[in-house]
Design a protein around this ligand. Structure first.
Ligand code: ADP
Ligand code: MG
Length: 461
């Protein structure tokens, strides 16, 4: 989370979410849930307490915990001032929201889950928390406990394979576990778009009913989860429908959970009124897992599947596969399969062999022009045909030149061949494009950030 996105409200909500997880339900409810935050500056934050006993307790007991959390989430060093609220009736909040409770786990009817689009395998129980996903995990838990209340919308972003889908599905599954009568709907940005297109087409042949059915499906929900919302970028009709769906749900205090491959401010081709809604609730990101988390995930997998997997081999994989959790799980499976198939002892030598290039000192992954084009299109959310096409709008010229630059820089393909791939442009056009980007890279422009992010994407995928 970057500082610019934070005001005292969202900062404090994030801090509360973290403390909710750290403290017992009773202590959280008595001391933390009842206070609010005001006057955030670059170096201080006021915490408004309903009465002197809360103020005293926070100052004497909870200050270090609050301090640490505020500094971490606010990315700075803050002086915390505890103040008493003005004496107004009703300032003392009632304890009306149920706080963390351990639930009796009853099986949820299959049909409820199927209808929701959720995969019941993704739960909080098998999601391992570590330093890199702590806040996301805390907020997800709080959302699942009180959907539609404090953290709405919840916007979760990260690179691929870091656990977004797992975590937001866990919210859905947990809500259904606790309240099977709740209407939970999980879909991807792509599903949402495709269904909308279908309903628009059907409307032409079958009349208004199909558009109604679409709206009903998405708006009659208590919890709507849209995974990979970045898919709606560049698609105007879908954005419009999303906007109205969002407003409808938000106004009726229904919970909205969104995931994306980037933070709201990095969207291209998406309306400002929509990204401002992404920012309006609580945001969290998941970072690349650190070593401890990687080990913990693999050990938990081994224990669950009762695999015969020695610790030192787990450590070896965790040391060498650091990109994301999907690749980590993939590496684990590859080693296991190799040992089973060959009837061989599962040790570090076998793992080294099985993982081959993955654990080699350099990952000499061949990069080809098509991967680059794909990555550029994905990053700027533009279509390859448009990059290859003739239009010269700003939305296309920059991605086109960046594609030229990366193709030249990463593959050393001659200008002429790059020009051919990019819709039959001649070599001077390509040369000019490459130079242009080189110039921009020399200055600290936004193109620089774009190029870095795209490179990272190319190497990781
Ligand atoms: P994303 O949606 O960010 O691309 P996923 O949620 O699909 O990532 O996660 C990729 C894989 O890693 C899944 O199999 C998921 O269960 C697993 N995974 C991710 N994070 C964790 C975690 N913290 N604990 C356990 N498994 C995880
Ligand atoms: Mg996902």
């Amino acid at each position: 989370m970057t500082q610019s996105l934070l005001n005292e409200k969202s900062l404090w909500r994030a801090v509360q979410a973290e403390l909710e997880l750290a403290l017992s339900a009773l202590n959280y409810g008595m001391w933390v849930a009842v206070v609010s935050a005001e006057n955030l500056t670059e170096s201080s934050l006021d915490i408004i307490c309903p009465n002197p006993s809360v103020k005293n307790k926070l100052e004497t007991v909870y200050l270090p915990l609050i301090q640490e959390s505020v500094n971490k989430i606010g990315k700075g060093t803050y002086t915390i001032n505890f103040k008493l609220a003005d004496k107004k009736p009703g300032v003392n909040r009632k304890f009306d929201e149920p706080l963390f409770q351990k639930l009796e786990v009853a099986p949820v009817e299959k049909s409820v889950i199927t209808k929701s689009g959720l995969n019941p395998q993704y739960t909080f129980d098998n999601y391992i928390m570590g330093n890199t996903n702590r806040l996301a995990y805390a907020i997800a838990n709080a959302v699942a406990e009180n959907p539609g209340k404090r953290h709405n919308p919840f916007f979760l972003y990260s690179g691929v394979g870091l656990g977004k889908t797992h975590l937001v599905q866990a919210i859905g599954n947990q809500v259904l576990q606790k309240s099977p009568e709740k209407r939970v709907l999980y879909c991807t940005g792509e599903n949402f778009t495709n269904e909308l297109i279908e309903s628009i087409q059907n409307k032409k042949t079958r009349g208004i009913a199909s558009a109604d059915a679409f709206r009903k499906k998405y708006r009659n929900t208590d919890l709507l989860i849209i995974d990979d919302i970045q898919f709606i970028a560049g698609k105007d009709a879908t954005q419009q429908e999303f906007f109205h769906t969002f407003n409808d749900l938000y106004m009726s205090q229904k919970q909205i959970v969104l995931t994306s491959d980037r933070p709201p401010e990095e969207f291209k081709n998406i309306e400002e009124r929509i990204t401002s809604r992404f920012r309006s609730g609580i945001l969290a990101d998941i970072q690349q897992p650190d070593y401890e988390l990687r080990v913990a995930i693999l050990r938990s997998k081994r224990d669950k599947d009762q695999d015969d997997f020695p610790n030192e081999v787990i450590d070896f994989i965790a040391e060498n596969v650091a990109t994301n959790i999907r690749e980590l799980e993939g590496a684990y499976a590859t080693v296991l399969t190799n040992s089973k198939a060959g009837g061989k002892q599962l040790d570090i030598d076998l793992a080294k062999q099985a993982l081959g290039s993955i654990v080699a000192p350099e990952r000499n992954k061949p990069i080809n022009i098509n991967n680059i084009l794909k990555a550029v299109c994905n990053y700027y959310t533009v279509k390859a045909v448009d990059i290859k096409g003739k239009r010269r709008t700003k939305e296309l010229v920059i991605p086109r030149q960046v594609a030229m630059y990366l193709m030249y820089e990463l593959t050393k393909t001659p200008y002429m061949s790059i020009g051919e791939v990019l819709g039959g442009r001649d070599h001077t056009t390509v040369m000019h494009g490459v130079r242009k980007v080189e110039e921009e890279l020399a200055n600290a422009t936004s193109t620089k950030k774009d190029v870095m992010s795209i490179k990272q994407f190319i190497y990781q995928n």
